[in-house]
Design a protein around this ligand. Structure first.
Ligand code: CDP
Ligand code: CDP
Length: 230
């Protein structure tokens, strides 16, 4: 039997990609792939090894020795655990220091080539729901359904801030979070190699005024209609 078509979801930080892609994957029976977690894992590994992030040769050499693995959790819809060379770094890759450096690492062509190859291997027979910045443009240009998920930077910063508050992390101000997100959006959109932009054939969903449940339901509906799945 042929594997189901690929669902590609791209968008900026805080657009809702992780939550939406995870839930849609669970509902549609697709493998959830968080490519942002791979760039974060690579960044964590490089920082832990104290590699100079501005040295593309040292960066490429170190990354080529990395084995990133996702371990699904028993409950569907829960974020998979992330391992690098056998070490559980699920929490560590969300640290502010990693977030602050990930765009610099992700801008390097050698890093992208290695990680994109691993992503394409996971989706070589279809059947994945992948989220990131270049899924519809570079990783899976043949994806059956491409979504560009977005919201205003104010709304996205507010969502991140509320998440941090809920986790008991009240230190960062909303203004600082918004500045950090804007800076990362800009860096991702303006890198020379594989910049972050919508695929021409992506369906854009602006989520400022939508609940997360409404977004998930809409994407599931679009996929079911397009591929006549029940
Ligand atoms: O969760 P959040 O939106 O904060 O970011 P993420 O999806 O975990 O991605 C972190 C960073 O990885 C992005 O800001 C990009 O620099 C990079 N990234 C990328 O370049 N290409 C992808 N396909 C996914 C992430
Ligand atoms: O992965 P990405 O950075 O795009 O977003 P996320 O990590 O899924 O975080 C988005 C946050 O905003 C989550 O707490 C969602 O529950 C919330 N949210 C949303 O994503 N979309 C809405 N329409 C409303 C709320």
């Amino acid at each position: 039997d042929a594997c189901p078509p690929i669902l590609a979801i791209d968008g900026p930080a805080g657009a809702g990609k992780s939550t939406v892609t995870r839930q849609a994957a669970a509902a549609l029976g697709l493998l959830y792939l968080d490519t942002g977690a791979m760039y974060r894992a690579a960044t964590w590994w490089l920082m832990t090894a104290k590699v100079n992030l501005g040295d593309p040769i040292a960066v490429a050499e170190t990354i080529s020795q990395c084995r990133i693995e996702f371990v699904p959790q028993s409950q569907p819809g829960l974020a998979p655990k992330v391992f690098i060379n056998g070490q559980d770094i699920t929490q560590a890759i969300r640290a502010p220091a990693v977030t602050a450096h990930v765009s610099q690492v992700a801008a390097q062509p050698a890093v992208r080539k290695i990680l994109v190859k691993q992503q394409q291997l996971l989706g070589q027979n279809g059947g994945v729901a992948a989220e990131g910045r270049d899924i519809g443009t570079h990783v899976f240009p043949q994806a059956g359904l491409k979504i560009f998920l977005t919201a205003s930077v104010e709304e996205r910063a507010k969502r991140r801030w509320q998440e941090l508050q809920a986790q008991g992390n009240p230190d960062i101000s909303l203004a600082q979070l918004q500045a950090d997100i804007s800076q990362r959006d800009y860096a991702d959109q303006h890198r020379a190699y594989a910049p972050f932009r919508p695929a021409p054939d992506a369906i854009e969903i602006v989520t400022d005024q939508l609940s997360i449940e409404a977004v998930i339901a809409e994407i599931i509906r679009l996929y079911q209609v397009r591929f006549s799945v029940p």
